[in-house]
Design a protein around this ligand. Sequence first.
Ligand code: HEM
Length: 120
Amino acid sequence: MTDSLYERLGGTEGITRIASDALDKHLANPQIQARYKHLDNLEAVRQGAANFFIQATGGPEVYEGKNMLETHKGMNIDAAEFMAVCDDILDSLTANNIGQREQEEVLFALYSMRREIIGV
Ligand code: HEM
């Protein structure tokens, strides 16, 4: 049987690093940095994002935050911003030596969440 995506992304340690790298890319990305720069709970969001991906990819149930609709409701996020976030995450996967097959699975999971995030 194929290992879970959680395992193939490097487990809790690997996913925590990938999620943290992605957030750093968001903070440096002119298209979306304003969404994150002034958060006073940035480190909690960093940990929350890691926990969300750990749980969503088949790891332990560690995410205690709100669902994606509740999290992003009222932010008026558009499709270009959504793509920018996806691109940053894919770049973080590449930087952490994650292969194409796993990247495709992550991209599919991200894309599947679009209706809970864009324009809600
Ligand atoms: C599929 C794509 C996305 C996923 C999986 C995702 C995931 C998450 C998660 C899990 C959190 C909450 C962490 C926690 O509660 O501890 C969060 C928060 C946040 N997300 Fe997203 N996100 C996505 C797309 C976006 C986009 C496109 C934007 C805007 C450019 C965005 C902006 C934010 C902001 C500003 C927060 C912090 C909210 C706060 O605590 O005030 N997200 N996201």
